[in-house]
Design a protein around this ligand. Sequence first.
Ligand code: PMT
Length: 398
Amino acid sequence: MLKGKQIVLGVTGGIAAYKAVELLRLLTKAGADVHVIMTRAAQEFIAPLTFQTLSANPVHTELFNLIAEREIGHIALADRADLCIIAPATANVIGKIAAGIADDMLTTTIMATKAPVLIAPAMNVNMYTNPIYRNNEETLMDCGYLFVAPATGTLACGWEGEGKLASPESIFEAAVAAISPTDLRGQTIMITAGPTREELDPVRFISNHSSGRMGYALAKNAQRRGARVVLISGPVNLPAPFGVELVGVESAKEMQAEVMARIGGCTAVIKAAAVADYRPRVRSGEKIKKKDAELSLELVKTPDILAELGRLEKRPLLVGFAAETGNLNEFAARKLKEKNVDFIVANDISQPDAGFNVETNRARLLFRDGRCLEYPLMSKDALAAVILDHVATELAAK
Ligand code: PMT
């Protein structure tokens, strides 16, 4: 998403300036070309050389530096930027921007740019709650400036409260969202991910190899594109995607309950979860003891959540998945029809590089009008973007 993007990173004078180094690292790792501007006060906290080394670009500190002026001009960065970020942003700099003051390289660039501007404030809690600051923030928000709210905690000045710079990871996520398409804004998308576990007794369960990666990639990308995302997840080892409402479940029954409890207001549901089709009829309260050479388990069907959604009178847009080891088109087309979904993502899981517990996936999308679109092997992130393109198109046509 950030590959090849020109990003101006403004660093102002606060103790959190050192955290801008980590943010710079995340941005460059994602392929962005980052140009750092430091205010004079920022240089009291951290040396420009650190940013210069890590960005591989000269750091801008003076408005009228003769060499920089000859080479790029003091407005060039503003013109070139796809996105400007100020992190940390002091009350002073935010006040100057709100008042239209452009008296150094950073405020001049911000004033002159047409790119989105993302501000991550960091200051003392009393400054943050001061009505003057609140007015300035509101003025800038009204003008379309974006903010990443600070965290609450112990501040460098010793006070407790709001004002701590948001984590570099959340500023990075907000930066990605700021330059992502917003074609899912206004939509509430429910995504299910991961496996379910159907317990036999307190120590054993029936499950599958789903890692949750496909569902989490969908959740992350839908959130970046402006959707409100509810992620119902079976047990996985993945961090919660930024800005997503995460609901953890274990069994198919629990997943069914959480999905149905939250379905009101959802405009689309994407069911990437690998829900166990069967569960033991009886769950033993005690550990089942090893006695005979053989043990038979009686299994009963779990609720088919997707089919239940398909039967709703007023149903949201439904996207199903089909994981198959053969006859991909035939079985996926049958599920599309039987579960009454709008389109289905068919995975050929006989391939080692696609489907369960790998970073990549290869899919065919089957639609109700008979279209079948085949996509080559790609990362789950890239496939999530493709699926969401179709979700956006179908929602727009509704
Ligand atoms: O999690 P990863 O490691 O990233 O792997 C991704 C994946 C392979 C799990 C994913 O891409 C995928 O294919 N998910 C669906 C797997 C599956 O259970 O397919 P199915 O053909 O058994 O089910 C068809 C559809 O019905 C699915 O959307 C499933 O969520 C849904 N279903 C199935 C059974 C059930 N009881 N309730 C359901 O809602």
